[in-house]
Design a protein around this ligand. Structure first.
Ligand code: ADP
Ligand code: MG
Length: 488
């Protein structure tokens, strides 16, 4: 029997807000344990929740970014459970009426090689709801430590339909989702800081069948490679069971990174186990349609749409756009540069090659310039560099040097060219003399050229470039050499 895997993901994303979901206690990653709490977070008797308006807006933006319908009204339910990470003994969540409904995410599957664009596909979402993060438990040899700093942080839970069919698709989905969220400034999605966590539901069914098989759920996968490994392992485990004629039990499993295996945690709880009921302390939230429209208008273009636009409008190759468009800082830098000088190919090349190379070299040297906004280079620098090259002031070769200089000093390219005397030489007399010398010194290359080998001419350019320290105008040089040989 051939089986097909079906995967549905539940992704928790910490929303970027200053304060928590139901209280003004602040949140920051890495603060000393239990310093970011208050009576509400600790669930002390008599406290009441107060809704964080900004968190609602962040989640609505997330929904709009992912093409969800924003509910007219959403409301709060208590999910009751006893566990030390939640002092109230319930979690506030949206069970019956979530804020965002439906939605879909465009993904790109890996192409035949890194440099070739893969197939695109839309993955359906079921809903996005808001809830509060529980505290963090750290299990030590004989103790469990509890840190409530994280308790009450606004979380958006994104629930996909069972619409992913391989570990590779799940990885492509998470990458696309993360790019969209980071782009819109909704969360930084740093998985190492727990800002994005994923639960993976996996089932198998006979290939070609429509009905869904029994699923298991892997909890709290905290890196994309763990998601991939856990799903791969689970597909193998279930295949073995089914092939041995056994059945799959619906259960929650924990992925163990060390051993690369998962083990059963508990049999799957049902909704009624949580005794959901509407929270009596929080009013339902009526979403202001005008405000929702405003939020939608503020959103940036989705990264894959930007990429498509750059390919169509500017004819940029996939290898460039796939780098330029996943990072909003880079695509904004690119577009700002185009406003100064419209040379999309040259500018995109400088950003994705030279700029990224210099940024990573700078961070290796321990400089502070790690990101585009921190380095002294502006879009005007890069645009002007492209412009003076097109105008023939300097050669492309010299441009590479000027770029490094601009990056380090923040000086404009004209100033660097002036100071270092880098202007391209159009002095025909001097260059002609050097060309004649090169022709006289390399009879072999001249003959090869005469025999129809166009490339042989390059051997003659070297000495001229060397004598002019790279300043001879390459187009002029090419023309002059050919002319002199032809006249010969
Ligand atoms: P629950 O509320 O019990 O967590 P949901 O119906 O909300 O269950 O589904 C949770 C996640 O599990 C969703 O992402 C959904 O796509 C996925 N899922 C549901 N059934 C299956 C299945 N048979 N195989 C794979 N994934 C599934
Ligand atoms: Mg669930």
């Amino acid at each position: 029997m051939i089986y097909e895997a079906v995967i549905g993901l539940e992704i928790h994303v910490q929303l970027k807000t200053r304060t928590k979901m139901f209280t003004s206690a602040p949140y920051a990653y890495g603060a000393p344990p239990n310093t970011l709490t208050d009576a509400v977070v600790l669930g002390l008797p008599g406290t009441l929740p107060v809704l964080n308006h900004h968190a609602i807006e962040q989640c609505a933006k997330l929904g709009l970014m992912l093409g969800c319908e924003i509910a007219e009204v959403c409301k709060w339910d208590r999910k009751n459970y006893f566990y030390p990470d939640s002092p109230k003994n319930y979690q506030l969540t949206q069970n019956e009426q979530p804020l965002c409904l439906g939605g879909r995410v465009e993904i790109e599957l890996p192409g035949p090689s890194r440099n070739v664009e893969g197939e695109h596909r839309w993955v359906a979402l079921n809903r996005i709801h808001l809830e509060e993060d529980p505290g963090k438990l750290t299990h030590e040899a004989f103790d469990t430590l509890i840190d409530f700093n994280r308790a009450g942080v606004p979380l958006a839970e994104i629930v996909t339909e069972p619409d992913l069919y391989s570990p590779t698709e799940a990885v492509a989905f998470l990458n696309a989702l993360r790019n969209c969220i980071v782009h819109a400034g909704i969360s930084d999605c740093d998985m190492e800081k727990g800002q994005l966590r994923c639960d993976a539901n996996v089932s198998l069914r006979p290939a070609g069948s429509e009905a869904l098989g029994t699923r298991t759920e892997m909890k709290n996968l905290n890196s994309i490679s763990n998601v991939k490994a856990a799903i791969e392992y689970e597909i193998e485990r279930q295949t073995d069971l089914l092939e041995a004629g056994e059945s799959i039990s619906q259960e929650t499993r924990r992925w163990d990174v060390e051993s690369g295996t998962s083990f059963s945690l508990r049999s799957k709880e049902e909704a009624h186990d949580y005794r959901y009921f509407p929270d009596p302390d929080l009013m339902p939230v009526q979403m202001d349609r005008a405000r929702v429209a405003e939020l939608g208008a503020e959103l940036p273009e989705r990264p894959l749409e930007t990429q498509r636009r750059y390919q169509q409008d500017f004819g940029l190759p996939y290898t460039i756009t796939s780098v330029l468009c996943v990072n909003r800082e880079l695509s904004e830098f690119f577009e700002a540069a185009l406003e100064t000088y419209e040379a999309p190919k040259a500018i995109a090349n400088y950003i994705t090659n030279d700029l990224l190379r210099e940024l990573s070299a700078a961070s290796e040297h321990g400089d502070s310039a790690l990101s585009v906004s921190q380095c002294p280079l502006t879009p005007a620098h890069v645009a002007t560099l492209a412009k003076i090259i097109d105008a023939g002031v300097i050669s492309r070769q010299i441009g590479k040097e000027v770029f490094i200089d601009m990056f380090r000093t923040g000086e404009m390219p004209e100033a660097i060219v002036e100071k270092k005397g880098l202007k391209q030489s159009n002095d025909t007399g001097q260059i002609e003399a050097l060309c004649r010398e090169a022709i006289a010194n390399n009879e072999k290359a001249v003959n090869q050229y005469k025999d129809g080998n166009e490339k042989a001419i390059n051997a003659l350019k070297g000495p001229v470039m060397k004598a002019t320290k790279g300043k001879a105008n390459p187009a002029m040089l090419d023309q002059l050499l050919k002319q002199l040989i032809d006249e010969g």
